[in-house]
Each structure stands twice: as structure tokens, then as C-alpha cells.
Write a protein that binds this ligand. Structure first.
Ligand code: AHG
Ligand code: MN
Ligand code: MN
Length: 333
């Protein structure tokens, strides 16, 4: 029997062009995710459930685990010598690397705990991250405003029945399962490809009355099943955690949508999900697995960010389904 391939082994052998400091940084990210996985698994016993009693810059109530996971990332990564700055959903502004530590070549953006409404019900949660080159000179919030097509690595860790790290360095997508006995992430899903055609969609249907016409048309047609224009029956799944929902779609195909809607628009929000911490990294993973990621009107990876916490509509998954939703948007405009 072949011995299992570790994360580091796969990074060093499958893509020999990766700079060693990027490999070291990804290894540190994996280590942070391992710590968060241990906290999530111990749950109530670790005293990490419940509200933190604070709000983030976006006005969302923070869970204790949102704040703790953010701290784990900072504690694990800031001294590594590989980063020039860090930005997260849970921090108002970027976190500069303290002067005592060496400045590195990269920037990281992250959603430390995605799907935090699931924490207290023992549902799936995750961590999402994106790595890009740091521009020369001083680092500030605007250093992070780079389109997703400039990411050098994107990934997530899903904390579910097993913890899995799924990542791309621009050379396909690999999945690694955390072996709790050795503490190592081992390659279990090499070269993940999202099936091109599927019959599953993932959207919060409680917002049906707020949807714009193109999204309503796509879902209405899917709901008509074999009696409608699609000529086949569809399934619906919604975990309430983007990591959980997108992981399922990477595994067996489908389309994930958190689209623009009238309610979000009335609140002056282009979408709910954040470009730099959620849409961009998940968009890169989806494209690297052969799928697509769009707002309905443009490719997510081509959006030039205008602010750190910018929100965008998200439609991603199997190529044929995303193309169809896109075509309904262009027909409507
Ligand atoms: P976060 O917990 O990081 O704020 O993200 C939650 C996101 C995403 O994971 C999920 O798809 C979506 O919010 C769920 O939103 P609704 O509660 O509006 O369905
Ligand atoms: Mn999130
Ligand atoms: Mn979050």
C-alpha cells in the first residue's frame, strides 16, 4: 500500500514552481485550521459556543468562535516572516505585521469562521482564505484591493463530520482530510473536478419575494422539474454555511447562489457575501475545478475591489448552470 501523501509533500511535488515561502505560509494556515478544528470539535467543552457580545465592522453580531478563530489566525501567522499584512471579515482594518517580526512577501485575507450561525447547533462551519503578493512599500487597506485573478492561493477548511482542507495554487484543486490521530492533513481528493451538468441548486428560498427576475426565472424553471423547460427534476440543499454548500457542489455539482436582491439593494448592499474573504477565494477554487463563478453580470475574479469589506452577488458552480443564470441576466438587461 502506498503511504499517504501529506499536504506539504503534495505542494512540493505536484507544483515544483511554488516558492518555498508560499509553501511555508500554506503550511501555517493548515496549522491554524487544525487548531480551529480542535476547538470546533470540543464545542461546549472548550467553552467556545455562544455570542461574543460584540459586533464586527459590518454590523453583524459576533460569535465567540468568530473572534477566537480570528485570533488563532493572527497568533499562528503574524510572526512567520511570510506575511506583510492580514485582513479579515472580523477586523475593521487590516492587521499590520508588528515591527518585531520580519515582513514577508504575501498578504492574506480570511473569513475565520464561515457559517457562524451554525456553531451553536453543531452544523457545518469553515474557514476561507486567499493569498496574494504584497505590493512593494508600506502596506495599508488599499494594498488588499486586488482582483481575484491575482490570487496565488485560495482555499477553505470545512469543519464537519471530518475536517477537510481544499486548496488551489492555480494548478487544479486538491482536498486533504485531517487525520486526527496524526494531526496531519492527508491527500484524499486529488484533482477535484466539479461535474459540468447537475440537477441541484443551493439558495436561501426564504428570500424568494426579494429576488430579481433572472434568479426567479432560473429557480422557477428548476422547480417545474420534468414538467418544465429543464425537462428534469432538481434537488435543493442549503446548509447556511458557504463552505459547506460550496464543498458539496465541488463534490457532486450544482449551483450555489447568494444573489443580489431587492432587500439587499434597499439596504445599499450589492450582495451579502464579501468579495475578498468569500467570493474571490471560492471563485478561484470553482474555476480551478472546471466550474464558473459570476455575479450574474460579470466574472467574480475580474472585479476590481473598491473597499476591504465590499459585498458582491455570488453565483457559482457547474459551468452549464452558471452560464444559464448569466444568460438570463443578459436577456433581462
Ligand atoms: P459568516 O458566518 O462568515 O458571516 O457567513 C455566513 C454567510 C454564508 O456562509 C452563508 O452562505 C450565508 O451567510 C447565509 O446567510 P443567510 O442566513 O442569509 O441564509
Ligand atoms: Mn462567511
Ligand atoms: Mn465569518
Amino acid at each position: 500500500m502506498n503511504s499517504p501523501v501529506s499536504l506539504k509533500q503534495q505542494l512540493l511535488t505536484s507544483n515544483s514552481d511554488l516558492p518555498p515561502n508560499l509553501v511555508a505560509l500554506i503550511d501555517d494556515v493548515a496549522s491554524a485550521c487544525r487548531n480551529i478544528s480542535a476547538l470546533v470539535t470540543r464545542g461546549a467543552m472548550a467553552g467556545v459556543l455562544g455570542d461574543a457580545g460584540s459586533e464586527n465592522v459590518q454590523g453583524e453580531g459576533q460569535k465567540k468562535l468568530d473572534v477566537i478563530s480570528n485570533d488563532v489566525f493572527i497568533d499562528k501567522l503574524q510572526w512567520s516572516g511570510n506575511l506583510a499584512g492580514m485582513a479579515s471579515e472580523e477586523m475593521d482594518d487590516m492587521h499590520p505585521i508588528p515591527a518585531a517580526f520580519t515582513r514577508g512577501d504575501y498578504l492574506i485575507t480570511f473569513d475565520p469562521l464561515d457559517g457562524s450561525s451554525n456553531i451553536d447547533v453543531n452544523g457545518s462551519v469553515g474557514t476561507i482564505f486567499s493569498i496574494m503578493q504584497a505590493p512593494a512599500g508600506d502596506v495599508n487597506n488599499s494594498s488588499f484591493l486586488q482582483p481575484g485573478n491575482r490570487q496565488v492561493c485560495a482555499g477553505y477548511c470545512l469543519y464537519s463530520s471530518a475536517s477537510m482542507l481544499v486548496l488551489t495554487t492555480g494548478n487544479g484543486v486538491d482536498g486533504f482530510t485531517l487525520d486526527v490521530s496524526s494531526g496531519e492533513f492527508l491527500l484524499t481528493h486529488a484533482d477535484i473536478r466539479v461535474p459540468a451538468e447537475t440537477s441541484e441548486f443551493s439558495i436561501n428560498a426564504a428570500y424568494t419575494r426579494h429576488w430579481f427576475a433572472p434568479v426567479k426565472r432560473y429557480i422557477d424553471e428548476a422547480l417545474l422539474g420534468s414538467e418544465g423547460p429543464r425537462g428534469r427534476n432538481f434537488n435543493m440543499r442549503w446548509a447556511g454555511s458557504m463552505v459547506g454548500d460550496v464543498h458539496r457542489i465541488l463534490m457532486r455539482g450544482g449551483v450555489f447562489m447568494y444573489p443580489a436582491d431587492k432587500k439587499l439593494a434597499a439596504d445599499n448592499k450589492a450582495g451579502k457575501l464579501r468579495l475578498l474573504y468569500e467570493a474571490s477565494p471560492m471563485g478561484m477554487l470553482m474555476e480551478q475545478a472546471g466550474g464558473l463563478a459570476s455575479t450574474g453580470n460579470e466574472r467574480i475574479l475580474d472585479i476590481q475591489p473598491d473597499s476591504l469589506h465590499q459585498r458582491v452577488p455570488v453565483i457559482m458552480g457547474s459551468a452549464t448552470e452558471v452560464e444559464l443564470v448569466d444568460s438570463y441576466h443578459s436577456e433581462a438587461s
